[in-house]
Write a protein that binds this ligand. Sequence first.
Ligand code: 48N
Length: 330
Amino acid sequence: MAPSAISPAQQHAQLAVGVKKVKDAGATVEERTDGLTKPLSEMLGSWDDFTFAPIRESTVSRAMTRRYFADLDAHAETDIVIVGAGSCGLSAAYTLGTLRPDLKITIIEAGVAPGGGAWLGGQLFSAMVMRKPADVFLREIGVPFDDEGDYVVVKHAALFTSTVLSRVLAMDNVKMFNATTVEDLITRPSDEEGAAGVRIAGVVTNWTLVSMHHDDQSCMDPNTINAPVIISTTGHDGPFGAFSVKRLVSMKRLEQLEGMRGLDMQRAEDAIVKNTREIVPGLIVGGMELSEIDGANRMGPTFGAMALSGVKAAEEAIRVFDLRKKQNDA
Ligand code: 48N
C-alpha cells in the first residue's frame, strides 16, 4: 500500500464520464461530472464563466504513475516485443494487434517521438511514396492517397505515420514504452538448429537519456522484459540504428554485418520484404535493420517495403510464438 500522502485520501482516478447526485431545491438531481455538460459549440463565446473541474496535483501524478507502473508490471513478461516504432515496427505492431488480439505486444521505442524516419518523404519533402501493392496496407489502416498507377502518394508522410500510430496505440493488447531504449538482449543457451548456441528470450531496457550517459555517469543498471519472440526494426546503422544485429556481432553470435549497400529502389524493396525473417531463434529482423545484416541495397524515399516488411515480420512472429508455445506445452 503506497504511503498515505498529506493530500486528501487517495482518490483512484475515476473515469471522466459519470454523474453525481446533488441536492437542488430539496430534490436530488443528477449532474454530469464529465465536464462535458454541453457540446463544444456551446462553449464558443462563453468563456467568461468558463472553468475546469477542480484537481489536486497529486491526483494527476497518481493518474500517470499508477498506470505506467501497472503497465511495466504487466509487460515484465510479454508475448512479443517490437524494438523500434518506425514505419516497419508500427506496421508490425498493427498487424500483430489485429491478427492476434490474444497476444500481449510490447513496443520499445528509443525516441520520445515514435515514427522513426517516416514523418517526411525524401529530403524533408512532405509527400510519401509507396509502390504498389503496398497501397493495400494504406487501405487497411484508412489512409487516403493519390493513385498514380504503379505507385501511390500519401499527401503527407505524417498522415501515414500518425494514422498507423493512433491505430496501434488504441489497441488493448499493445503497449508502447517510448523514450526507452533496448540496450541489450536476453539470451538463453540453445542447441536448436541455426542457434549456434543462443536463443533470444527478451530485451534489456533503460531510459534513453540514461543509455546516452553510460560514459559519463557511474553504473546505471537496466531493466528487463522477458519474451519468447522479439521483432527488431531499429533501422539502418546510425546512432541508435541496427541495434540488434550489431549486438549479435558483438556477442559473437554473428561473424559480421554485410552493411547496407547503394541505393537501388527496384532491388531494395523486394529484398527487404522477402528476406524479413527469424535471424536467430527468437529474433526476427525487418525493415532497414535487415539491410545491414544482408548487405541489401537501400531504397531511398519509398516506404512500401517498410509497411509490408512489418506485415511479414508480424506473420513470422506469430509462427515462431505458436511453435514455441507448442514445444513448451508438449
Ligand atoms: O524509421 P526507422 O529508422 O526504421 P524502419 O526500418 O522502420 O524504416 C526505415 C525507413 O524510415 C527508411 O530508412 C527509408 C525507407 N529510407 C531508406 C533509405 O534508403 O534511406 O525506425 C527505427 C526506430 C526509430 O524510431 C528509432 O528511434 C528506434 O527504431 N530505435 C530503437 N528503439 C529502441 N531501442 C533501440 N536500441 C533502438 N534503436 C533504434
